[in-house]
Structures are given as C-alpha cells and as structure tokens.
Design a protein around this ligand. Structure first.
Ligand code: FA5
Length: 355
C-alpha cells in the first residue's frame, strides 16, 4: 500500500522522465505511463479508498499535488521539445549559398507585339499618334461609311464573320468582327477635326482558309493623315520613309495601282520577297512565301475618297487626306525571316525564343 513517501519517490521518478524525454513521442509515453488509465499515479490515486480514514486526507492532497506538478512539467516539456524541433529544422534548412543558381527563363515580347511597337514608333517620328478601335464593329463603319454599301462586290473580298448583337439583332444594323482597321478612319474623322495624323494597330478577322501568308485572325496597322494640300506625293514619302526605317534601306519597295472603294486613287505597296530575294524561285521550285511572284504585298493605300470626307462633314475642296493599311504579320515575317504566318499563333517556344 502506497504512502506519502512513496508518492514523493514517484514524483521524482516521473519528473526525471519528463526532463529526459527528447521528443513529443517520448513525452506522450511518459504521460501514459504515469497519468494514463492504468498509469502508476492513477493507480495510487485510486488506492486512496483502501487507506485508513485518518491517512486519506493527507495522502489524497499529496497525490493531487503530484498529479498537478506532473501535468505542469509535461506542458513545459512539450514546449521545450517543440522549440528544439523547430530550431533543428531551421538549422537543416539553411540555404547553401555555394549552390549554382537556378536558370532563369526570361520572357520577351511576342514578335507581333514587337512589330506593332516598331510600326507605332516609326510613324510617331512623322507625327502619327497611335490610337485603338473596337474589334466588334458595325456594318456601317466597316463597310457603308467606306463606300461599300450592301451588294457592293468589294464585300466579297472581305470574308466577314457576322456576330449576334447582345442587345438584340437588328437587320438594319448588323454587327461583325472588323475585317480591317479602316473603320477607324471614319471614327477618328468623326471625333476629331483636321489636321489629323493617327496610326491604328489592331486585330482583324476574316473567314478564310489559312496558308503560309493568310490567317483568319491577324493584325493590321492603319495610317490616316488629313490636312490642307495633302497629295499622293506625301503618301509615297511617308511610306518610303516608313519602309527605309523598318528595313534599313535594304528591301525594294514597289507601288502598283490598286482599287479600294474608300480611296481614290488607290495603290498597293509591296516589298521584294526575303526568301527568294525577289526571284520568285527557290531550290525546291516556286517560292511558297510569295507565291512565286517575288513580291510580298504589304499595304493598301490611297487618297481618302471625297465621299468619305463629305460623309463626316469635311469639305474635300479644303481638306484632303491619305490612308494606308497593311498586315503586321507580313512585316513581322520580313523582319524575323519567318516563312509561314501560322508560326506566330502556334505558341511553340522553339520558334518564339529565336524569332
Ligand atoms: C485592306 O484591308 C484595306 N483596309 C487596306 C487599306 C487601308 C487600303 C487604307 C487603302 C487605305 P487588304 O484586304 O488588301 O486591304 O489587306 C491589307 C493587308 O492586310 C494585306 O496587304 C495583308 O498584308 C494583310 N492581310 C489581309 N488579309 C490577311 C490575312 N488573311 N492574313 C494575314 N494578313 C492579311
């Protein structure tokens, strides 16, 4: 039968075990051994009932005190081993500064973004301000206001993607994905007064089969200048300077007569093909990049049509203007030596890291 002296011995043994426990698991083992359901101290507490009545009070008080002391020691022991574990973890995780660094893969601008910035930068040197316009456009701005009414054969050239109007379809006001950036000619002339010089880069959409030089989603840049006494000579001067700044004077440039309903007269500007150097042939036959012609059409251009000027309230006797619009991808292909336009959209890092 235990007495108070035995309790004191048990206390010393239990506290020593707590002191010596190196980790949480060992502490838990000590707790179970002394305070668990069949623990040594639990058994001693239970034995109080068997003591002679005059010893019970002193023994019970001592046993409860031992239990309280042990619980306190276990709490403190728990804090001690947890702190030690954290410190050990910190020590093992210290950075080894002698290790070689991880390779950083630096991203860079997509060739299309770089070309848009370069076009805007060059046109800015000639006073053109870059503005943007909506990609979802109305039939009016994309066609009607540009002298392409319904039934006009020029509509066939722009394989148009029509979209449903979220506000409800109105057959009188159809909505489409813009097929070119030219609608911004009208929007800018409506909202500004001459003199005007703007550059409009942006995404365009056409429902057509893709090949080495055609995509159904592609970028154009538009240039528009309105002032007094502007002529075709100003247009050619701007485009020659543009081509020389972009290609460093190496590419050949050619103007050919063309037709656009919203410019009169109209022309097309073309650069000699960088793959076949304008010869139209490669070792494997006709050049696929330029279709064997030796020339890559880069932009349509011309003097803004008087009817378009009148439509926005300008007097064609006083104000004239020129406009040009070309494909960003075509320029990017020339600048990066990319033979197939589809490479720009495939997200292939092997191409993007070298283009
Ligand atoms: C036009 O889109 C006229 N808006 C250009 C213009 C502007 C004329 C201002 C006069 C005044 P065109 O359809 O030819 O014209 O397209 C112009 C250029 O966009 C082409 O020379 C070509 O570089 C590019 N382009 C046209 N369709 C595609 C396509 N499917 N994929 C890639 N580039 C294209």
């Amino acid at each position: 039968m235990a007495n108070v002296t035995d309790l004191m011995i048990m206390r010393e043994q239990a506290l020593a075990a707590v002191q010596g426990a190196p980790d949480v698991a060992e502490l838990e083992a000590v707790r179970v051994r002394w305070l668990g359901r069949s623990g040594l101290l639990t058994a001693a507490l239970r034995s109080v009932a068997a003591l002679p009545i005059e010893e019970r009070r002193a023994f019970g008080a001592a046993a409860n005190q031992v239990k309280a002391d042990l619980e306190l020691a276990l709490d403190q022991g728990s804090a001690r081993v947890r702190g030690a574990a954290t410190l050990a973890q910190f020590a093992s995780e210290q950075a080894d500064l002698s290790l070689p660094p991880r390779r950083l893969r630096l991203g860079r601008l997509h060739p299309i973004s770089r070309t848009i910035r370069e076009v805007s930068r060059i046109l800015a040197t000639m006073g053109f301000e870059t503005v943007e316009g909506p990609e979802v456009e109305s039939d009016y701005y994309n066609f009607e206001a540009l002298n392409i009414p319904r039934g006009h054969p020029a509509r066939d050239k722009f394989n148009t993607l029509w979209v449903s109007d979220p506000l409800g379809d109105d057959p009188e006001r159809p909505v489409l994905l813009r097929t070119h950036t030219s609608p911004m000619q009208i929007r800018v002339m409506e909202s500004r007064r001459p003199p005007i010089r703007v550059c409009v880069p942006g995404r365009c959409y056409r429902f057509e089969a893709t090949d080495a030089t055609h995509e159904s989603v592609f970028f154009q840049y538009e240039g528009l200048a309105i002032d007094e006494q502007l002529s075709m000579a100003d247009l050619k001067g701007v485009l020659y300077s543009f081509a020389r700044q972009l290609f460093g004077g190496e590419r050949k440039v050619k103007f050919r007569p063309d037709y656009f309903p919203f410019t009169e007269p109209s022309a097309e500007i073309a650069f000699d093909c960088f793959v076949c150097n304008g010869g139209g042939r490669t070792n494997s036959g006709a050049c696929r990049t330029c279709g064997g012609s030796g020339w890559i059409e880069a932009a349509g251009c011309g003097m803004v049509h008087p009817a378009a000027l009148r439509r926005v309230g300008y007097d064609p006797e006083r104000h004239q203007g020129f406009a040009f619009g070309g494909g960003i991808e075509r320029l990017a292909m020339l600048l990066t030596g990319t033979p197939d336009i589809r490479l720009f959209q495939t997200n292939d890092l092997r191409f993007l890291e070298t283009a």
